[in-house]
Structure formats: C-alpha cells, structure tokens
Write a protein that binds this ligand. Structure first.
Ligand code: GUN
Ligand code: ZN
Length: 407
C-alpha cells in the first residue's frame, strides 16, 4: 500500500476536469483505491507542489524513427524516401534495434507516457526486441512490425507468406503478456506499401486473433490519389474496407483528406482516430477536420507520430491539436485536450482500466512540476500544454510501479 499527498488533475469526461488542490491518493496492488481531499493522515510521500496526472497515451508513433526526429525532408513521400526508409533498414541488425528500443522506452517514460501504440520496422526480429524492451521497462503497449511488400526498398519488403507466420510467432510469444500489459497489433504500413494480398492477409490475421489493427489513412492528397489509382477504388478508405481492416478495433492515423462518405463509414464502423497534428504540420500534410470527426462521435486519441512528429511529449502534441482546431474554427477546451491525451486515448486503444485518476483504475500516473506561481487547474493546463519552456515531468508510474524518475 502507498499513500501520497499531492495536487491532482484528471479528466472526468470530455467536458469536465477534476482538480484537487490538496488530495490524498492511496494505491494498493497497482490500483488507485482511494482519492479525496487530504484529511490530515500520515502519508508515505508528499508529492506537492507536483501535480499528479494520468499517464499520457500516445496512440501512434514509430519506434525505428527515434533517431531521426527533426528530419526536415517532407512532404510525406519524399520524407519516407530520404529519411525514413534508409533509417528503418538498419533494424535488420538486432543489436542496433535493441539500443534504439531502450532509448525509445526511455523517451516514452520520461515524457509521462504509460501506454502507446508503437509501429516497428518490417523486421520481425526488431519487433521482438521492442516488445521485450517494453516489457522490461514496464510500459503498456500495442506493438508490432509494419507489414510492407510493395513500392519501397527491397530490403524493407516482406511478402505475406513470410510476414504473417512471423507475426503469428510474435502473437504466440507476446500477445497478452504480463496481464494484458502488452498486446500485438496488426500494422499494414499504408496502402501504398502493401499489395492487395498483404492487406487481406493482415485483415484475416487480426480477425483470427481478435487483434487491434492500425494503419495510416488519407495523410496527403498525393497519397490518396495514388491509392485510388493503384487499387481502382472510389476512395482511399475502400482499399482497407475490402481487406476487412475497418472495424471497432482499428486505429487510423491522420484522416485528413476524407470525403463525407468516408467519414460516415468510419463512424459506422466504430474506428478510432489517432490525430497527429504536429506531424501534419511538420510534413505539411494539412489540417485534420476535427469538427467532422466530433460531429459523428468518433473516438479521438492523439499520436506524436515520431518521427514525422517532433516530440514524444503528448502535452506538446495537444498544443498542436489546439492550433489545428483553431485553424478549423473549433476552440478546444482544456478538458477535451487532456481527454484525448489520456482517457480518450486509453479507450481508443482498448484499455478501459486506465487513463483517469479515480478509485478502481490502474495507477498509471505521472507527476508534473508546474512553475511555483501556478495555483489552479487553468494555470496547470496552461503550463503543461502551452508553455513549451515550462519545467517537465518528475516521475512516471505504471500500475503503481515507478518506471522513470528525474534524478
Ligand atoms: N505513411 C506511411 N509510413 C509513414 C510513416 O512512417 N510516417 C507517417 N507520418 N506517415 C506514413
Ligand atoms: Zn505514422
């Protein structure tokens, strides 16, 4: 059992924040079992003036791109060719993969991120290395290799008859590991790097094992044009629909250039959206039409999309989400932003046991030190999300176990 005294900020709903200026938090067996105003009792630790927050959720990022953050070679297809594919080829070497996987996990934990959906390179061995690094660091994740067999360097192509058995072996080894903390996801990279056969095999594999699927959708106008032409479909989404990839365990990154019909079909299928605003800015991909997604009740999470995104810090991504909203005529509240980066993200990734600070949920938490003059919820949100130079995280826990601490 652990008891803390702390300031607490947590989303309650998409419209409501909980702020406790002086709270008592009690943890037992990795769960939050008590939360309320501080009542004078002796505690194990007084975390004040730190603010306890739910751990952040990053619904879309690429582990083999950890070392190329900041490669300004966009737009998307140029960036893939110039910066991304050459870097991902290095992950054939498992020693290299292990070094980067450790760095990646450390970057997540030190950013306060406790749950993520992480894409690997095409190499099954590099995904194996990532999953064991995540297990070692105690982070929660959905992860897997990207599936790709077309229109990329031959060293990054793996046909379905080799990729799917390798994925099955990863599923057997890792899916559900450590009480469900780790899950294997099926990740066809995007339409342009996959054959019809690979997309269909991916859809069937996810269906067989009840797995989450993730891919990129409609990130750039050029990509949409090529996808329609290559697959002969009416629109981009149809490419994934016919392969059986679009359902309520599907997390789609970007979703910028979609028709009304595509938005309606995404909502009807119950997919979740990984909104990646910083990446969209850095690659000049466009602005996600946030009103179209919200109007239809789509579940929205945010993704750093490292390394097209320039930061592992989800608060930094929420700042970009706010800017993206304003460009679209939507003023997003602090509660909505925090929801997307915590509880909304957890629900989108199928982890209802986390993402908020409330009794009964798992103690996946981080501690943020705002500047000393910050005294209320508005000030905490302002410094956390919008003051990019404000002090950073102090500590991160998953199920009550410290996975990172600022020394
Ligand atoms: N589309 C296909 N691959 C990628 C990738 O690695 N990053 C982004 N942002 N978009 C992609
Ligand atoms: Zn991406």
């Amino acid at each position: 059992m652990t008891t803390w005294r702390a300031r607490v900020l947590s989303p309650v709903t998409e419209d409501e924040l909980l702020w406790l200026e002086d709270a008592l938090v009690r943890l037992e067996d990795g769960l939050i079992v008590e939360l309320g105003p501080y009542d004078g009792r002796a505690v194990d630790e007084d975390l004040r003036p730190g603010v306890l927050l739910p751990g952040f959720v990053d619904a879309h990022l690429h582990y083999p791109q950890t070392r190329i953050v900041g490669s300004a070679t966009g737009p998307l297809l140029d960036w893939l060719t110039a910066s991304t594919f050459p870097e991902e080829q290095r992950f054939e070497d498992e020693d290299h993969a292990a070094q980067v996987a450790a760095m990646f996990c450390n970057r997540l934990a030190s950013s306060g991120t406790t749950l993520c959906l992480a894409y690997g390179s095409v190499h099954p061995g590099a995904a194996q290395v990532l999953l064991s690094a995540l297990a070692e660091h105690g982070l929660k994740a959905l992860a897997g290799p990207v599936l790709m067999d077309t229109d990329c360097p031959s060293a990054l192509q793996l046909p379905a008859e080799r990729a799917i058995p390798a994925l099955e072996a990863l599923i057997a080894r890792w899916h559900g590991h450590d009480d469900g903390r780790l899950r294997v996801a099926v990740i066809p990279r995007f339409a342009l790097s996959c054959s019809t056969e690979l997309l269909e095999a991916a859809g069937a594999c996810a269906h067989r094992h009840g797995l989450y699927v993730s891919t990129h959708l409609a990130e750039t106008v050029e990509e949409c044009r090529i996808a329609r032409r290559r697959f002969g479909t009416d629109d981009y989404l149809q490419v994934y629909e016919v392969a059986g990839l679009i359902h309520d365990r599907c997390v789609l990154a970007h979703c910028i250039h979609l028709s009304d019909s595509e938005w309606d079909r995404l909502a009807a299928a119950g997919v979740s959206l990984a909104h990646c605003p910083d990446s969209n800015d850095f690659l000049g991909s466009g602005s996600m039409p946030v009103a179209a997604a919200r109007r239809r009740g789509l579940s929205i999470a945010v993704g750093s999309d490292v390394a097209a995104g320039r930061s592992f810090r989800i608060p930094r991504i929420l700042s970009s989400a706010y800017d993206n909203g304003l460009r679209q005529g939507v003023t997003l509240s602090a509660a909505s932003l925090l929801w997307w980066g915590t509880r909304g993200g957890a629900l989108a990734l199928g982890h209802p046991e986390t993402g908020q600070i409330r009794p009964g949920l798992e103690a996946d938490l981080c501690l943020f030190d705002p500047p000393p003059w910050v005294e209320d919820a508005d000030g905490v949100v302002a410094s956390l999300i919008f003051d990019h130079d404000a002090p950073r995280m102090r500590q991160t826990w998953v199920r009550g176990i410290c996975v990172w601490e600022q020394l």
